[in-house]
Design a protein around this ligand. Structure first.
Ligand code: AMP
Ligand code: MG
Length: 333
């Protein structure tokens, strides 16, 4: 079986093809990059509408397949920006109806866990999911994926991008912050904002902007931003692992590309005698392959949708539905 997965929750249009052995046959994406400022939802949706056909064509070419070779259509049903979600869901419905193929609606956050389980030895991990819009600690417990901790305001990637904008870095700012942080020497005071199992970042944004206004060094600021926020998310992930007795930590989302984050989480995992897993970068960021693969798991679990059930859910919750395909407590593969 081959599934075509369409991802369109935010700035990235991703289309991937995966087979039922978990092999990624093709994975293409294009990211909407605003000239100035952050993501404008309507502009992102227009980008996805404009680029859908060329990206679909490139994906089929990469897999050396035709539309008639597909068996299943999967799409990101939520959570995300309404206009982006609706644009890509419309394409998924059109493909399903015109090709006569079953259709599955995938939760974007769960897809980040599932692609990690497919391409790394992780079997029953805690996912530390750090992207532009989302910051969540997710794990499977009693039949479904549950959010054990999350941001109370903005996503960690969004914080990095906003501080980067203050510093004049292009969007997305994460990679440049990582580069400049290597030259940092002094840890500047930023609020360490862990509240129970949750984290909050907007106070750090305000504090970072105030430090910059007082001519703090860019290197020190980037360094302090990484040290403070990565320690916060590592702490919450560790508590989730301890609470559930899980032995694997999986990283996902664009911020998981960061080497300093990997070092800090890796040190925590080692100290607990557990293991950290990180998918390749192209599968850490938003992508169509993760939607396609999760689509296959859901289809095999009997979770196809009727066309009238394919409306998108901007606030779709990770724990809204059972995830019966996961075996809890499974050892690493
Ligand atoms: P996503 O929303 O998952 O596609 O990830 C995009 C986010 O990841 C943006 O906010 C980027 O700034 C962030 N990002 C990408 N590369 C890095 C990096 N090397 N370090 C930190 N953040 C990064
Ligand atoms: Mg994502």
């Amino acid at each position: 079986m081959r599934c075509l997965g369409l991802e369109g929750t935010a700035h990235t249009l991703g289309i991937g093809i995966v087979d039922d052995g978990g092999r990624v046959l093709a994975n293409r994406g294009e990211m909407y990059r605003p000239d100035v400022g952050g993501i404008h939802p309507r502009e992102a949706a227009n980008h996805h509408a404009d680029r859908l056909r060329p990206v679909l064509r490139a994906t089929l070419r990469e897999a050396d397949l035709q539309l008639r070779d597909l068996d299943l259509i999967a799409f990101s049903q939520g959570p995300g920006l309404g206009p982006s979600l609706r644009t890509v869901a419309t394409a998924a419905r059109a493909l399903s109806l015109s090709l006569g193929l079953p259709i599955v609606g995938v939760n974007h956050c769960i897809a980040h866990v599932e692609i990690g389980r497919a391409v790394t030895p992780a079997r029953d991990p805690v996912l530390l999911y750090l992207s532009g819009g989302n910051t969540q600690v997710i794990s499977h417990a009693r039949g479904r994926y549950r959010v054990l901790g999350e941001t109370l305001d903005i996503g960690l990637g969004n914080l990095l991008d906003k501080v980067g904008r203050t510093l004049g870095f292009p969007f997305p700012a994460g990679p440049e912050i990582e580069r400049r942080a290597r030259g940092g020497k002094e840890l500047l005071p930023l609020p360490y904002s862990v509240k129970g199992m949750d984290v909050a970042f907007s106070g750090i944004l305000t504090a970072a902007q105030a430090l910059r206004a007082k001519d703090a060094s860019v290197e020190d600021l980037c360094f302090s931003l990484q040290e403070t926020t990565f320690a916060m998310v590592t702490e919450v992930a560790e508590r989730a692992m301890a609470h559930l007795g899980k032995k694997e930590i999986l990283l996902g989302g664009g911020v998981a590309c960061n080497e300093r984050l990997r070092t800090m989480v890796g040190a925590m995992a080692k100290a607990r005698e557990t293991r950290m897993f990180v998918p390749p970068k192209t599968l850490c960021v938003d992508n169509g392959a993760m939607i396609a693969w999760t689509g296959i798991l859901m289809h095999n679990a009997g979770l196809d949708l009727a066309i009238e059930e394919t409306e998108v859910h901007q606030n779709m919750r990770t724990d809204a539905a059972e995830a019966p395909w996961v075996t809890e407590g499974a050892e690493p593969g």
